[in-house]
Design a protein around this ligand. Structure first.
Ligand code: GLC
Ligand code: MN
Length: 439
């Protein structure tokens, strides 16, 4: 039986001309693009935390949302966790998203001890197992919240206190177990407090060693329990810390290399985090695909003026189109997905605002993906790249690349052949105009 939290149990695809605010206008899960259903391309997921656990606070004010499962409305914490799960799965089903994602801390009450936390989590995992079987909703990824409780204030894996390292390792183990049990397709690590507030109290080399060890243990444990999902690290440059070690994709790649993990771990790239790092989303995606570590995306934007992580639903089709272009070019989302790590604005109080936020986001992504697919089919961007680098396919150019010629030999060649390069146009405006034809 429905809880009646939302005004509708199913959001339908009504097409572009629909004026119904609670209908899809561009996302028809069954539409076939490049030989694949849109649902299978996009692999949408909802984030449990923002929609169901976040009270609507900001740095200047507390709770704005009035949810029946919040502590001010329901004192029995396990009953509240159950009601929250009922509403969450009603939203996933109404939207028709194939996946969801959660942290342990979003779904179970915080107990007085590690064992109580694990016990609480397992009760909810049992419940999820049943709900997933009934609704067909799957788990894109699970993760551990190693940043909210005060014990993690100086980091989890990188904490100066080895007891916190141990507590974190144990928590990650239970969350990996839960993810494995629920058939999760990935496991995410976001090191929100793995960084520093001041270098005056921070030993960078020591903390790097701790973080490398933790991630190696995660990978070992994955193999030990036969978890076939992908381990993903999610970069972010700062906030809540002044500096976060997983700064951006390139920094994470360096870390993985240093600890021998570049073949085992991929990245979950969040649009908003890319902006905070002073990059574009496109840059982070292109970097990850070039390095062979692209895994999944958190498709939520930041406000470009605010300078902090606003986690808004995506609504910019051209930006999303270029993101999917890079994803399609790299072979698409494999175990990854499009997760909306997005929250409502704190004034959006109505339950149906949650539906509307996701509907708009899914429509934006569908439009973006279709535009990206059209660019792929047309092949114009690829042709421009092929043309631009064409001269590198010549045997003489290849010799410079593969080491057949060294610096001195190349210098001789420049003199002997009187090489005097003539620049050619980068054609940026032509390419920008080309993209605009599709978006
Ligand atoms: C936190 C971060 C979010 C990340 C999630 C998963 O909620 O804010 O960006 O995706 O943890 O670890
Ligand atoms: Mn995220």
């Amino acid at each position: 039986m429905s809880t009646g939290f939302f005004s509708t149990e199913k959001i339908a695809f009504e097409g572009e001309d629909s004026r119904n605010p609670l209908a899809f206008r561009h996302y028809d899960p069954n539409e076939v693009v490049l030989g694949k259903r849109l649902e299978d391309h996009l692999r949408f997921a909802c984030a449990y935390w923002h929609s169901f656990a976040w009270p609507g606070g900001d740095p200047f004010g507390g709770q704005t949302f009035d949810r029946p499962w919040f502590p001010d409305r329901m004192s029995d914490e396990m009953a509240a966790a159950n009601l929250k799960a009922d509403v969450a799965f009603e939203m996933f089903s109404a939207l028709g998203v194939p996946y969801f994602c959660f942290h342990d801390g979003d779904v179970r009450p915080e107990g007085d001890s590690f064992s109580e936390n694990t016990k609480n989590l397992n009760v909810i995992v049992d419940l999820f197992e049943k709900k997933m079987a009934v609704t067909g909703v799957k788990l894109l990824w699970g993760t551990a919240n190693l940043f909210s409780h005060r014990r993690f204030m100086s980091g989890a894996a990188t904490n100066p206190d080895p007891d916190v390292f141990a507590y974190s390792a144990a928590t990650i183990k239970t969350c990996m177990d839960a993810t494995h049990r629920l058939g999760g397709e990935n496991y995410v690590l976001w090191g929100g407090r793995e960084g520093y507030e001041t270098l005056l109290n921070t030993d960078l080399a020591q903390e790097d060693q701790q973080m490398g060890r933790m991630l190696n243990m995660v990978v070992d444990y994955k193999h030990k329990i036969g978890f076939n999902g992908t381990i993903l690290v999610e970069p972010k440059p700062q906030e809540p810390t002044k500096h976060q070690y997983d700064f951006d994709v390139a920094t994470v790649y360096g870390f993985l290399k240093r600890h021998g993990l570049e073949k085992e771990v991929k990245v979950n790239i969040e649009q908003g985090h890319a902006i905070l790092a002073g990059h574009t989303f496109e840059h982070e995606l292109a970097t990850a695909t070039a390095l062979g570590i692209f895994g999944s995306v958190d498709m939520n934007r930041n406000d470009y003026q605010s300078g902090w992580d606003t986690d808004q639903f995506p609504n910019n089709t051209p930006e999303v189109a270029m993101a999917y272009y890079h994803i399609l070019k790299a072979g698409g989302l494999t175990t990854g997905g499009t997760n909306f790590d997005a929250k409502l604005r704190r004034q959006s109080l109505d339950p149906d605002d949650l539906l509307a936020g996701h509907i708009g986001a899914m429509d934006t992504c569908a439009r973006g993906l279709k535009a990206a697919a059209a660019m792929m089919e047309d092949g114009g961007l690829q042709k421009a790249l092929d043309d631009r680098y064409q001269r590198w396919t010549a045997p003489d150019a290849q010799k410079m690349l593969n080491g057949d010629l060294d610096l001195a030999q190349i210098a001789e060649k420049v003199i002997a052949e009187d090489i005097n390069p003539e620049p050619s146009s980068g054609r940026q405006e032509i390419l920008e105009n080309y993209v605009n034809r599709f978006v």
